[in-house]
Design a protein around this ligand. Structure first.
Ligand SMILES: Nc1ncnc2c1ncn2[C@@H]1O[C@H](COP(=O)(O)OP(=O)(O)OP(=O)(O)O)[C@@H](O)[C@H]1O
Length: 631
């Protein structure tokens, strides 16, 4: 244990002055900092400080809430790295969605009777709007009197708008409905909660967030329990907080002693379409009486790239101007080029040739290269992927696998596989053993005998399945191995530690999806080691949308298709689209290549234009730091 005064940053990291103050603070803080400022590192150091000095006193915990599963996992991993798994056990990192879901799953029975959610409910990703339409067409119940018995009024409601916005617009409980929309909202909610009227019982995450907020508001004892569990709360990417999420946070923590640290960057607010508040920081500072801190470092990008980011920050009327690059860079480091092509075949060939050159000559790992698109990954990257594959370079759309790869159980099973195929002197082995120790609740200093027994068990099991893995040539045999692993790890213990695995349906879908992906890789490679590496995406160029790239960083970024069709809504939401492009720009450490192709088979007209995105080109060119190449 450290005395507060003696604590210094862990692992040789030096934080800038403002960040140091936040790490040691006992006040609510809003930390606003640009890309690469080290917001994740700040949170990891703060967690280490709080846990190592016992400011977060045992058995209290720290709760960290992020938007994406991989961000939550990255933060958890970073904390474990900085202060060890034992202290890291008291750091819970989850997404907003899982925070709401955990509350509901733990306390479902405490929901007011009429809002009781059926056990085994589904999570609805998108509404079956057709379901609502069918429901209305077949409606035989008592029609609302104020609609004068005319259900056709309700049938005219814009279902998309209804589903996207209206369904979760208002806090629970419902008031007496006054309009067709309000009547339909209550009908749909009730049917979904109970799984009646042709609907399966299910809710969307925004509905779950509303329910969780209502649950807390109706049960002060649960709020008290939360406040007794957590002494500190961290909120990542705070600029993207939605109104529903913010209300949940307020109900949970506003009247408590919990100390909140919210970090984010207004310039990276790209979730307005999903309901992000216009200025979440301002609300937080007022409501929670939070102090403000602005960070000035950019540890990620080379100086010339920071300069270009600054031009876009200005466009976004961001006050911060003097961002400082890390000291590993020379003043003139950083490459930004605009590549203009007549057609997308040449674009694919040029990108591929450059990637080969980067890998072979510059020794950049394929994993440190990313192809970014605004949307429709397949449409914009298909030709490039074909070209890369033809040249023997792996590339894949990461979006589908992001959640799977961030899952603890999937990671653990993969590690066991890796160890079993003979890699027992590896970090994977240490990780597997440490996880088992943690799940069993053993103490490394006191439970020596138990530790030896556990390690022997692990080694024996890995030897047993080693032969099974070697012989597995069919899908059935592979399935048997997965079942063996699941039996070995005792899924009930996992469920006790990680509540998300209590949901049977979700768990079986997760395992199925993992099973299919890994088997698919094996059939392609006929080699388990390669299959595991490919599954993890090692030596693979990543392809994703800007939204999926949030929080990530790559040595080199290829942004494909700075064209009107990609930013089709820019006229209506210029600020949000600028933020989105800003996120793309700021993922690059060393280089970013931005492409335009006169002909590309996307959109209505395959001749691509740049009239609406011309402002982006102008800002890039005016920076004087961008080279333009015509092919
Ligand atoms: N104090 C520090 N000293 C040196 N490197 C750092 C420091 N803090 C962070 N880094 C490194 O800088 C990079 C960016 O850090 P991080 O991802 O935490 O930034 P961020 O503020 O979350 O960025 P973004 O908002 O763009 O996602 C990472 O590679 C990280 O390891």
């Amino acid at each position: 244990m450290f005395i507060k005064e003696n604590w210094v940053e862990v692992d040789g990291i030096t934080l800038e002055k403002g960040a140091k103050a936040v790490v040691r603070s006992d006040k609510n803080y809003a930390v606003m900092a640009g890309p690469g400022a080290g917001k994740t590192e700040l949170l990891a150091q703060r967690a280490s400080y709080l846990l190592q000095t016992h400011v977060c006193e045992y058995p209290k915990k720290i709760l960290a809430i992020s938007f994406k599963k991989d961000a939550a996992k990255n933060l958890k991993d970073r904390v474990n790295l900085r202060c060890g798994k034992k202290l890291g056990n008291r750091f819970e990192s989850m997404t907003y969605d899982s925070f709401a879901k955990n509350l509901i799953d733990h306390f479902r029975n405490a929901l007011p009777q009429e809002y009781a959610l059926k056990k085994g409910y589904n999570i609805l990703v998108s509404l079956s709007r057709d379901n609502i339409r069918d429901y209305l067409l077949n409606f035989e119940g008592e029609e609302p009197s104020h609609l004068k018995g005319n259900i056709s009024v309700v049938r005219q409601i814009d279902m998309k708008e209804f589903w996207d916005r209206f369904l979760t617009r208002q806090k629970l409980p419902f008031e007496e409905p006054k309009t067709p929309n309000e009547w339909l909202r209550e009908e749909v909610w009730m049917k979904l909660l109970k799984g009646e009227g042709g609907f399966d019982a299910g809710v969307t995450f925004p509905m779950l967030t509303l329910l969780a907020e209502f649950l807390l508001r109706s049960n002060p004892l649960i709020v008290k329990a939360l406040n007794m569990t957590y002494s500190h709360v961290f909120l990542d990417e705070f600029q993207d907080t939605t109104e529903l999420q913010y209300e949940l946070l307020k109900t949970a923590f506003l009247e408590s002693n919990v100390i909140i640290t919210a970090v984010g960057d207004r310039k990276q607010r790209i979730m307005a379409w999903a309901g992000a508040l216009p200025d979440a920081f301002k609300l937080f500072i007022n409501d929670f009486n939070a102090c403000e801190e602005n960070l000035v470092m950019n540890h990620r990008s080379a100086p010339r790239l920071i300069e270009i980011q600054r031009a876009f920050a200005k466009k976004l009327k961001d006050s911060e101007t003097d961002i400082i690059a890390g000291d590993k860079w020379e003043e003139n480091d950083g490459i930004c080029e605009i590549w203009r092509f007549q057609d997308f075949n040449l674009e694919a060939e040029t990108i591929t040739a450059t990637i080969i050159q980067l890998i072979e000559n510059e020794k950049i790992n394929a994993r440190d290269i990313c192809i970014l698109v605004k949307q429709k990954t397949e449409d914009y990257s298909k030709r490039i992927v074909e070209e890369l594959h033809a040249k023997g370079i792996k590339a894949r759309d990461e979006s589908r696998l992001q959640d799977l790869l961030a899952d603890d159980l999937v990671g653990f099973i993969l590690d066991i596989f890796y160890v079993s195929i003979g890699r027992n002197n590896s970090k994977e082995y240490d990780r597997t053993l440490n996880t088992l120790i943690q799940l069993k609740g053993y103490d490394k200093d006191r439970d020596l005998e138990r530790l030896i027994t556990l390690e022997t068990k692990l080694q024996t099991f890995c030897l047993e399945i080693k032969d099974l893995i070697k012989e597995a040539k069919t899908e059935e045999q592979f399935k048997v191995i997965i079942i063996e692993v699941i039996n070995f790890i005792n899924i009930d213990v996992w469920k006790a530690h990680y509540p998300q695995y209590k949901n049977k349906k979700w768990l079986s879908e997760l395992l199925m999806s993992f099973f299919r992906q890994l088997w698919d890789e094996y059939t392609k490679n006929d080699d388990w080691l390669k299959a595991i590496k490919d599954f993890k995406g090692e030596n693979t160029v990543a392809i994703m949308t800007i939204h999926k790239s949030k929080g990530l960083e790559y040595d080199t970024i290829f942004f494909v298709g700075l064209e009107d069709a990609a930013f089709w809504n820019i006229k209506n939401q210029e600020e949000e689209e600028t933020c989105t492009f800003f996120v793309a720009l700021s993922r690059a450490k060393t280089r970013i290549f931005i492409t335009y192709s006169g002909y590309r088979e996307v959109g209505r007209n395959f001749n691509q234009r740049t009239d609406n995105v011309i402002g982006f080109y102008n800002t890039l060119e005016e920076s004087g730091l961008v080279k333009i190449c015509d092919y």
